[in-house]
Design a binder for this molecule. Structure first.
Ligand code: PHE
Length: 338
């Protein structure tokens, strides 16, 4: 009987199965009630009792071995059938490989451009309080931007909200660092707006903040000109139009010469030759003082831009919703090395 067990052991070791059915047939052949191994257990009952100890041990080992082997065969064929077979890391790549989302590509480009000017990157939470989004930024209590129309409040609590702009990160940086401060803050922002080709309730901004001795409007303008040329090409022109933000004084909006028509006029620039890309200004002394930075000693500038807007202009995309739909045909057109 020992000989029989040895032979079976060899046979089982060499078993193979290509399909789940074949593996199941092997289980029936060897391990079912009427299978070969059970038959051996019947035979075992008839052998002389002095042999029982040795043969019994081998028989049990054989049964366990058969169980493991056949289970392993089953696992292999089932992963083969579902395609999850052992991964060969040396196989050449076939089919589609992943690529960065266009918003990530543009965000990384913006970070890189400002890195060259010595700006570091800082981040803040998307769920904020009134202080960081509004009060510390010199918003009067009755300012319309706090209105339910624009801001998503959480649980109707007027003090807990989704940030409506990345300017909140300015406040966090001023809390934690002393001048000189030179930082940009990319991140997601939320506004209660109807979704259309030009607006979304979720979008992305990059904030910039520079505070030091003698920072001037000329520094702001030169920094933004450098950015525009790096992002949109050497021939790009900028213009600043006076504007208003509670946290900057004076404030401006910056336009760049329309890249699509070269300034001649088209429907993207509404036939003006210019497109608006960001808001900016000198940090209001009230903001510096509210954040414990002495406005008699320091001045600063700040700016904020929408990443979607920059990406739309850069790539000639006319519908903002495309960024959020995860359509592979759209996304696979963008190849970024950043
Ligand atoms: N936070 C402003 C906005 O969301 C942009 C801005 C940032 C303007 C910094 C001036 C200075 O529209």
């Amino acid at each position: 009987m020992i000989e029989k067990i040895k032979r079976l052991h060899e046979d089982i070791k060499n078993l193979s199965a290509k399909t789940a059915e074949e593996a199941e047939a092997l289980r029936i052949k060897y391990l079912s009630k009427k299978g070969i191994i059970n038959a051996l257990f019947d035979e075992f009952k008839t052998i002389p009792s002095e042999q029982k100890r040795l043969v019994g041990k081998d028989l049990n080992l054989l049964k366990n071995f058969a169980n493991e082997k056949i289970q392993a065969l089953k696992n292999t064929v089932s992963t083969k059938e579902t395609g999850n077979i052992d991964i060969d890391l040396q196989l050449p790549v076939s089919g589609k490989i992943g690529s960065r989302h266009p918003l990530s590509i543009v965000r990384n480009e913006i970070i890189e451009i400002f890195n060259h000017l010595g700006f570091n990157v800082s981040e803040g939470p998307e769920i904020e309080d009134d202080w960081h989004v509004f009060s510390a930024l010199n918003f009067p209590p009755e300012h319309p931007a706090r209105d339910m129309q624009d801001t998503f409040f959480i649980n109707n609590n007027p003090d807990i909200l989704l940030r409506t702009h990345t300017s909140s990160v300015q406040v966090r940086v001023m809390d934690n660092e002393n001048p000189p401060i030179r930082t940009i803050s990319p991140g997601r922002v939320y506004r209660n707006e109807a979704i259309s080709a030009r607006a979304h309730c979720i979008f992305h901004q990059v904030e910039g903040l520079y505070i030091d001795h003698n920072v001037s409007f000329a520094d702001l303008k030169q920094t933004l000109l450098y950015f525009a040329k790096e992002m949109f090409g050497e021939e790009t022109k900028i213009r600043l139009r006076p504007s208003y933000f509670p946290f900057t004084e004076p404030s401006a909006e910056m336009d760049i010469s329309c890249k699509l028509c070269g300034g001649k006029g088209c429907n993207v620039c509404k036939y003006t030759g210019w497109v608006e890309i960001l808001g900016c200004g000198m940090v209001d002394p009230n903001v510096l003082d509210s954040n414990n930075i002495d406005s008699k000693e320091y001045t600063g500038f700040a700016f904020g831009m929408g990443i979607e807007r920059i990406a739309m202009l850069k790539y000639g995309i006319n519908d903002l919703r495309l960024f959020f739909e995860n359509n592979m045909e759209f996304l696979s057109q963008f190849k970024g090395n950043l």
